[in-house]
Design a protein around this ligand. Structure first.
Ligand SMILES: [Fe+2]
Length: 256
């Protein structure tokens, strides 16, 4: 059997998950005013119905933060970075429309968490941190791998008393999660289908403030009837790409 330090063996990392990060440099006064506004929006509440869960605006009537003047410029900046993320992943932006579906604040007090979940209603998710010192003590964002293709025997890598040596670089191939520490001004972008959670806020001196966004990709708006090429019957229009929903402006609600 060859040595484990075998220099002839190369291991290539395949199918990487695209985690986008941008360190924004907001005006500290703007951030202070936004944190103050989030305090007011939360009101007397201090959690979701489960007291151990952070207060999240999407469950408490505050899910359109992007429409509030105090937050709109920040959300516009975030949207620009979301478009860059899509461009970096190879999407042809001339064939897409990008929508903010929901935008809501999250406020986590000492001891609070957000359980493991994903956002099946959306395609791209984003989190922006208004505070945090990069230490992780206010509660890391934990990402879970969609599956563990290198585990070889299911459970072997993360189960009790497994054979994989801890504290070595090799653990990356079977890491059960990745923790990202909040830092003021940090924007994070990731596929909405990826499971994630927020760990406990262990900072007794500070609440943790973040803003979440759900974004959706659709086809661009269909051309108006008058824009149909002469070679095409007026009753026909260019079709959206097969896997994209038509633009919401082309939908029709059904009375029922
Ligand atoms: Fe989430």
């Amino acid at each position: 059997m060859a040595s484990i330090s075998n220099p002839e063996l190369a291991i290539q990392s395949l199918f990487p998950l695209a985690l986008g990060q941008v360190q924004l440099r907001p005006d500290p006064l703007d951030t202070a005013l936004q944190i103050q506004a989030l305090h007011q929006l939360r009101g007397a509440a201090s959690s979701n119905p489960d007291e151990g869960c952070a207060w999240t605006g999407d469950l408490n009537g505050v899910w359109q933060l992007h429409r509030q003047p105090q937050f709109a410029p920040l959300i516009q900046t975030i949207s620009g970075h979301a478009a860059s993320y899509l461009e970096r992943l190879g999407f042809d932006q001339s064939r897409l429309a990008l929508h903010i579906q929901r935008c809501w604040p999250v406020v986590s007090e000492l001891g609070q968490v957000v359980g493991r979940h994903h956002h099946p209603n959306a395609h791209l998710s984003a989190v922006y941190y208004l505070n945090g010192d990069g230490s992780g003590r206010s509660g890391c964002l934990r990402f879970f791998p969609p599956r563990q293709p290198n585990e070889l025997v299911p459970g072997l890598a993360v189960g009790h008393d497994g054979p994989i040596q801890p504290n070595s670089a090799a653990t990356q191939w079977n890491a059960p999660w990745f923790d990202l520490a909040p830092r003021a001004g940090l924007l994070v972008l990731f596929p909405a289908s990826v499971d994630h959670a927020v760990l406990e806020n262990e900072d007794a001196d500070d609440s943790r403030f973040s803003i979440s966004l759900d974004l959706v990709l659709t086809a661009p708006p269909a051309p108006q009837a008058g824009a149909t090429p002469a070679s095409q019957p007026a009753s026909r229009q260019a079709s959206p790409p097969e896997y994209l929903a038509p633009h919401p402006a082309d939908w029709q609600a059904v009375d029922w």
